[in-house]
Design a protein around this ligand. Structure first.
Ligand SMILES: [Fe+2]
Ligand SMILES: [Fe+2]
Length: 175
């Protein structure tokens, strides 16, 4: 909270990447027609989030920075995804769900820490939106895979996600 300007830059990057991630599913799995409308809707919502964060940045005179360092959180999460077309598809959906849900958790913490005002309302809305996205990606998995298999794998990946996050330094960033 003491480095909110730096946090905003990271937050903007995360929204932009979330939109790209949703659209990358469309590009990689065009045959999964059942989920394409929800993927497009998610990508649009994330892009709107990016637009809103950028507007806040503009008002504060903040600029987007050229990305130099790798996102260690997402990189390590991708490493735990299995290979094989079906396994990878399931894991990437669950990875997306975990990232969205973790984002929701963080936005809630920010919302709770902010004083009354527009910014507080904005982060409250984001909390709800990202929590919904977290559910959306699990529901997508349930269209194609057995319920038990989805929730077992989600549990395994959630444990790994927690340990990845625990080993990252604390910084003014979403993860
Ligand atoms: Fe978002
Ligand atoms: Fe999201």
């Amino acid at each position: 909270m003491n480095d909110f300007d730096i946090f905003l830059k990271d937050h903007a990057d995360c929204e932009r990447k979330a939109s790209s991630m949703a659209m990358s599913f469309v590009a990689k799995f065009p045959d999964r027609v059942e989920i394409i409308p929800d993927l497009i809707a998610t990508a649009v919502e994330e892009l709107e989030h990016f637009q809103s964060v950028y507007q806040i940045m503009e008002k504060k005179g903040l600029r987007l920075t050229h990305e130099l360092k790798q996102d260690m959180y997402v990189k390590q999460l991708i490493e735990i995804c299995r290979s094989g077309r079906e396994e990878r598809f399931m894991d990437r959906l669950l990875l997306a769900s975990l990232v969205e849900t973790r984002g929701a958790e963080r936005f809630r913490l920010i919302y709770e820490a902010l004083d009354e005002g527009e910014l507080k309302k904005f982060y409250q809305q984001l909390w709800a939106s990202e929590a919904k996205h977290g559910e959306t990606f699990v529901k997508m998995g349930l269209i194609y895979f057995d319920e038990q298999a989805v929730y077992d794998r989600l549990k395994q990946m959630a444990l790994k996600e927690a340990s990845i996050l625990n080993n990252l330094p604390i910084q003014p960033a979403l993860h």
